[in-house]
Design a protein around this ligand. Structure first.
Ligand code: HEC
Length: 174
């Protein structure tokens, strides 16, 4: 078979720019943490609502985090855990005003557990991307001091506020 078939070459030309842009569009955090582009497919650990900040949040986890959360083995969270938090402005549900629902996207942030690599910040690497253009938060690595500072009250919970919400297991036979 001719390896340089015009059809294949055309397909390669068409697909390459898409692949490149998907991989390079989001800049890493100042501490080098790469944007975990697959976070939109992660499963839910819990939700929260900041009444003072008028925002709603969903707390997500990668596979390692979800396995630990469902087993209730989160003290400590295992190395390889990544926790994500997506934050939106709150607003009334258009068709049922007393219900509040997420409105504009504010930011998405992550904590990745690697007890050796991130020993100086309690075993967690912190990263946040702001706005729908996903701009990395912080000018240098010092930005993480703000994260660590506010998470210090839960140092004894492996620096994590969220208690996994209950997802009751199905009765036997299902
Ligand atoms: C003003 C205090 C404050 C600061 C600053 C802060 N956090 Fe948090 N963070 C919280 C609270 C409170 C929660 C619990 C969930 C919620 O209600 O938002 C939380 C939850 C999280 C979670 C979900 C896991 C958990 O601990 O529950 C991640 C991930 C996270 N924060 C990342 C970050 C990153 C990254 C930074 C720094 C860029 C940061 N946080 C800075 C208060 C803070």
């Amino acid at each position: 078979m001719n390896r340089f078939s015009p059809l294949l070459a055309g397909a390669a030309l068409l697909s390459t720019p898409l692949l490149v842009s998907a991989e390079t569009a989001v800049a890493p955090a100042p501490n080098g943490i790469e944007f975990p582009a697959d976070y939109r497919d992660w499963k839910v650990i819990s939700v929260s609502h900041r009444t003072d900040h008028h925002s709603m949040r969903v707390i997500l986890g990668n596979e390692i985090a979800i396995a630990a959360a469902r087993r209730g083995e989160t003290l400590p969270w295992p190395d390889g855990t990544i926790l994500g938090k997506v934050v939106w402005k709150e607003g009334a549900e258009p068709d049922w005003a007393p219900a509040i629902a997420p409105q504009a996207f504010i930011h998405v942030e992550f904590m990745e557990k690697d007890s050796k690599k991130w020993a100086e910040t309690g075993g967690w690497g912190y990263a946040r991307w702001v706005g729908s253009d996903l701009k990395p938060y912080g000018n240098d690595t010092n930005f993480a001091l703000e994260c660590v500072g506010c998470h210090t009250p839960v140092k004894g919970r492996d620096w994590v506020f969220t208690t996994p919400a209950t997802f009751p297991p199905l009765p036997a036979g299902h």
